[in-house]
Ligand binder design. Structure first.
Ligand SMILES: *[C@@H]1O[C@H](CO)[C@@H](O)[C@H](O)[C@H]1NC(C)=O
Ligand SMILES: *[C@@H]1O[C@H](CO)[C@@H](O)[C@H](O)[C@H]1NC(C)=O
Ligand SMILES: *[C@@H]1O[C@H](CO)[C@@H](O)[C@H](O)[C@H]1NC(C)=O
Ligand SMILES: *[C@@H]1O[C@H](CO)[C@@H](O)[C@H](O)[C@H]1NC(C)=O
Ligand SMILES: *[C@@H]1O[C@H](CO)[C@@H](O)[C@H](O)[C@H]1NC(C)=O
Ligand SMILES: *[C@@H]1O[C@H](CO)[C@@H](O)[C@H](O)[C@H]1NC(C)=O
Ligand SMILES: *[C@@H]1O[C@H](CO)[C@@H](O)[C@H](O)[C@H]1NC(C)=O
Ligand SMILES: *[C@@H]1O[C@H](CO)[C@@H](O)[C@H](O)[C@H]1NC(C)=O
Ligand SMILES: *[C@@H]1O[C@H](CO)[C@@H](O)[C@H](O)[C@H]1NC(C)=O
Ligand SMILES: *[C@@H]1O[C@H](CO)[C@@H](O)[C@H](O)[C@H]1NC(C)=O
Ligand SMILES: *[C@@H]1O[C@H](CO)[C@@H](O)[C@H](O)[C@H]1NC(C)=O
Ligand SMILES: *[C@@H]1O[C@H](CO)[C@@H](O)[C@H](O)[C@H]1NC(C)=O
Length: 749
């Protein structure tokens, strides 16, 4: 009896203990299974889970998984690490092995997993919701796969997550607001997916956040103000999205930021005057391709670690701070496509200050208003392999022979300025030069024989002197009966690294006797197989020709009858505008006399291209041409003709495009996007370039111009100056990203 009681009392506590443990295990199973109670069962579960993971791998070219067999303890399988005490899998690390297949839901049973790295493979399908059971997971890297679907909500159960990297996959849908509840998150990288919606405000709660990248997606709306609370942020990257509005002021105050990258959005605003004092640890600053305006704050020189400064394609004005070169670590400086400079002799004094920047590789201030002479101090610029872009400004004087000291230059653009004199012989010292642009200047004399030494030069554009200052074609009213009645204005755009070279040429051209219903954009009634770039070029050719006729001639010329049959594409895909049979001058002085002329001109533009006001007896105006241009632009980009049977009175090409934006995806766009994603994939491994273009965005931007040109009310239409400028900016952005990508690949392969 004693014994029995004793036994009972000794037994009881152990039974009690056992029950408590069981209770503990079942209630908290998916949170924190205690090591002891699951040891025996647990390692078998892990083994099974790994075998299931293996069973979903379709292709294993490196034969990794043959080592995953029962002749060896699973802790020794390739890519597996186990905890020393509990023999449970803590790390699954199989990257860069060209594995394809899906991720098995059994992965959720590896409950001791802390580190999961499947990056750089070809996993497809979705991330299983079971991943939410990995309550110890700290580090998840699935970069560079083909995973799609939405980011699983259950991932927000992984409350230990510090690093979550899903870059360069095919995820869609919104960025979960709930990700903001992963309190320990340090790094979130969703770069290069197809995510929509906005950047969650809840991210402002992530007090440990250091690295945020949501670049290259389809995110819209404003950047949340709450991001300004992320006071430990070092990497902020939101480029190539559709973000609008201003950057929250508080973000400019986060002194820990090293990389501030927001290019290719629709962001606007001016930069705070003290930006260089607040962002004092800045290294890379990219805001190109937005709508920022105002001056470049001189405080940037206080951000003494600055290496990359790219504010291209914005609306900045004023002078570049003349002590900009105090930033000794500068590597890339890109001011191009702004309104900087005041056409004065002081404009370029910043160049002198750059002499001490011994790491400078890229300096472009092309397409601005910089005047004065090119300072001889250029000679002191870095002799690293480099690019100097100064084209499209208002510089004058002689080309400094000191440029010949920049012996490692591979691209030099000095075109479209007012440089005079001869080409310095010293240019022959630029042995590494691959591209040289000098056209559209007032240069004279011989091409120095020394240029023959430039063995790597494959692109040389010197310009043809007699075409440098085009005469306005029509000085008299009309040339109706002249055999050379037709005046042709055409723009040849030759597009090169980092800059578009656009030169205006004026030709005389015999009247075309083509079938009036023919269109250069079709052959045998099929859309011609032009790629997006060719289409953009045609659009720029046309708009520049009209810009020239409307805005640059002494007396504005209205074409009156712009339609595809009046446009010829030559073998270079250069567009020529012809048939000025209806062209008329817009009299500056007397509106009465112009009315007389009007009545004598029968407006007979093809209905579909004719502005609605002409149908009700309206005056021909430049805005009438703009309408026709708008319709043609929509046709060029969409490949649909406005005279298509599907179009009726209420559904015309304009309304059709408007109803499709922004979701429509054109055939070639899909193709371009694929090609780009592929290139991007190759490049992003090695480079941190954030300038990746989004073809869809490019197409949508151009279509928007087409729509803005073809609105009903003439006064609401864009003018050709703005149209041309915008088209060039869009094309530039497209090309810059493309050539940049290609250059990076060439340089590093
Ligand atoms: C599973 O755990 C038991 C008990 O700790 C241990 O003896 C056994 O070796 C483990 N098995 C594996 C495959 O790690
Ligand atoms: C099992 O894996 C080991 C290496 O871990 C390997 O040597 C052996 O050949 C594999 N066995 C089979 C049947 O593939
Ligand atoms: C990705 O994997 C491929 C082979 O599968 C390899 O060639 C490439 O170097 C890897 N890239 C990175 C960045 O690991
Ligand atoms: C592991 O996970 C799978 C799928 O999520 C599930 O069916 C299975 O019952 C789990 N448990 C064990 C012990 O394998
Ligand atoms: C994640 O994977 C990418 C690409 O394979 C790699 O470059 C990166 O270093 C990884 N990040 C982390 C934190 O492991
Ligand atoms: C996802 O999370 C919910 C809520 O925590 C849970 O009920 C569900 O079982 C989880 N799904 C999977 C597949 O683990
Ligand atoms: C991105 O998603 C949109 C719809 O959300 C889809 O129409 C488009 O094809 C997707 N693009 C890519 C490249 O997956
Ligand atoms: C996190 O952020 C959201 C949205 O900004 C807010 O509503 C919520 O209260 C925050 N949660 C915590 C725990 O701070
Ligand atoms: C940024 O910091 C300055 C002081 O350095 C402060 O005056 C300003 O209010 C801050 N701006 C925001 C939006 O927090
Ligand atoms: C900022 O830079 C200017 C000029 O380079 C210098 O005079 C000033 O002292 C700097 N301010 C701070 C706070 O470093
Ligand atoms: C370059 O650095 C030297 C030495 O610090 C300095 O004396 C000189 O003024 C600097 N030159 C320019 C152009 O800033
Ligand atoms: C280049 O720099 C040196 C040393 O700083 C200076 O003496 C020389 O005048 C500079 N040359 C020009 C053209 O500014």
């Amino acid at each position: 009896m004693e014994l029995r009681i004793t036994r009972l009392t000794t037994l009881w506590p152990s039974i009690h203990h056992f029950q408590v443990i069981l209770l503990f295990c079942t209630s908290l199973l998916c949170l924190q299974p205690p090591t002891d109670c699951l040891r025996n069962l647990g390692n078998e579960t892990d083994r099974l889970a790994l075998l299931e993971f293996k069973s979903k791998i379709g292709n294993d070219p490196h034969d990794v998984f043959s080592s995953w067999n029962d002749s060896v303890n699973f802790c020794k399988w390739q890519g597996i690490t186990c905890g020393r005490k509990h023999h449970r899998v803590t790390s699954l690390n199989v990257y860069g092995l060209s594995l394809s297949g899906t991720i098995s839901p059994f992965i959720g049973n590896l409950t001791f997993l802390r580190f999961l790295n499947l990056r750089n493979n070809s996993f497809h399908g979705e991330i299983p919701q079971e991943v939410g059971r990995l309550s110890r997971l700290r580090h998840l890297n699935l970069t560079d796969n083909r995973l799609g679907g939405e980011i699983p909500l259950n991932i927000t159960c992984c409350s230990e997550l510090r690093i979550l990297i899903l870059a360069r996959n095919r995820f869609v849908g919104k960025i979960l607001d709930e990700l903001g509840s992963l309190k320990k998150l340090v790094s979130l990288d969703l770069y290069g997916n197809n995510l929509t919606g906005e950047i969650p405000h809840s991210f402002g709660n992530l007090s440990s956040f250091k690295h945020l990248s949501v670049a290259v997606n389809n995110l819209a709306v404003n950047i949340p103000n709450k991001l300004g609370q992320l006071t430990g942020l070092t990497f902020f990257s939101v480029g190539v999205n559709n973000l609008i509005g201003t950057i929250p002021g508080a973000l400019y105050n986060i002194s820990s930021i090293n990389v501030f990258s927001a290019p290719d959005n629709q962001l606007k605003g001016s930069l705070p005057a003290n930006i260089g004092l607040t962002l004092r640890n800045l290294q890379d600053f990219y805001i190109g391709g937005n709508q920022f305006y105002g001056a470049i704050p001189s405080s940037f020189t206080n951000a003494s670690q600055l290496e990359i400064f790219d504010i291209s394609a914005n609306f900045f004005t004023g002078q570049v701070p003349n002590n900009f070169g105090d930033l000794r670590d500068l590597q890339q400086v890109n001011f191009e496509f702004n309104f900087l400079g005041r056409d004065t002799n002081q404009d370029l004094s910043f160049i002198t200050s750059l002499s001490n920047c011994s790491n400078l590789e890229i300096l472009s201030f092309a397409k601005n208003n910089f005047g004065g002479v090119l300072p001889a101090a250029l000679a002191n610029l870095s002799t690293k392999r480099s690019l100097l872009g100064a084209g499209g400004n208002r510089m004058s004087g002689r080309l400094p022979s000191e440029v010949g000291n920049l012996v490692n230059l591979y691209a030099l653009g000095l075109e479209e300025n007012h440089f005079s004199g001869t080409i310095p012989i010293s240019f022959g010292k630029l042995r590494k030069l691959q591209k040289l642009y000098l056209h559209t200047n007032l240069l004279s004399g011989q091409i120095p024989p020394s240029l023959g030494n430039l063995s790597q030069l494959y692109k040389l554009h010197l310009g043809i002197p007699e075409l440098q200052q085009p005469e306005c074609p029509i000085k008299r009213k009309k040339h109706k009966n002249s055999p050379l009645a037709i005046i042709l204005a055409t723009v040849i755009s030759s597009i090169v690294l980092f800059m578009a070279i656009t030169s205006l040429r004026v030709f005389c051209w015999r009247k075309s006797r083509k079938n009036p219903s023919s269109s250069p954009f079709y052959s045998n009634s099929q859309p011609r197989n032009l790629n997006l770039l060719q289409r953009l070029r045609v659009a720029i050719d046309l708009s520049s020709a009209l810009h020239y006729l409307h805005d640059l001639c002494e007396t504005p010329i209205i074409h009156c009858d712009l339609k595809p049959s009046n446009i010829l594409l030559d073998n270079d895909m250069t567009a020529h505008v012809g048939d000025f049979g209806l062209a008329r001058l817009l009299s500056k002085t007397s509106s009465n006399s112009s009315q007389d002329q009007t009545s004598s001109i029968r407006i007979k533009g093809t209905i579909a291209y004719m502005p609605p006001e002409y149908g009700i007896g309206g005056e021909p105006t430049t805005y009438g041409d703009v309408y026709s241009f708008g319709i043609i632009l929509l046709e060029i980009i969409t490949g649909r003709r406005p005279i298509d049977e599907v179009f009726t009175d209420s559904l015309n090409l304009h309304n059709f495009v408007r109803s499709k934006l922004p979701g429509q995806v054109m055939q070639e766009e899909k193709w371009e996007q694929k090609r780009l994603l592929k290139t991007m994939r190759v490049m992003m491994f090695k480079h941190k370039s954030k300038k990746i273009i989004n073809v869809q965005k490019c197409v949508v931007s151009v279509l928007k111009i087409g729509l803005a040109c073809s609105v009903e009310l003439p006064g609401d239409r864009m003018n050709m100056t703005d149209v041309t400028r915008k088209l060039i900016i869009i094309t530039e952005a497209f090309l810059r990203a493309r050539t940049h990508t290609e250059r990076q690949i060439v340089n590093h392969n």
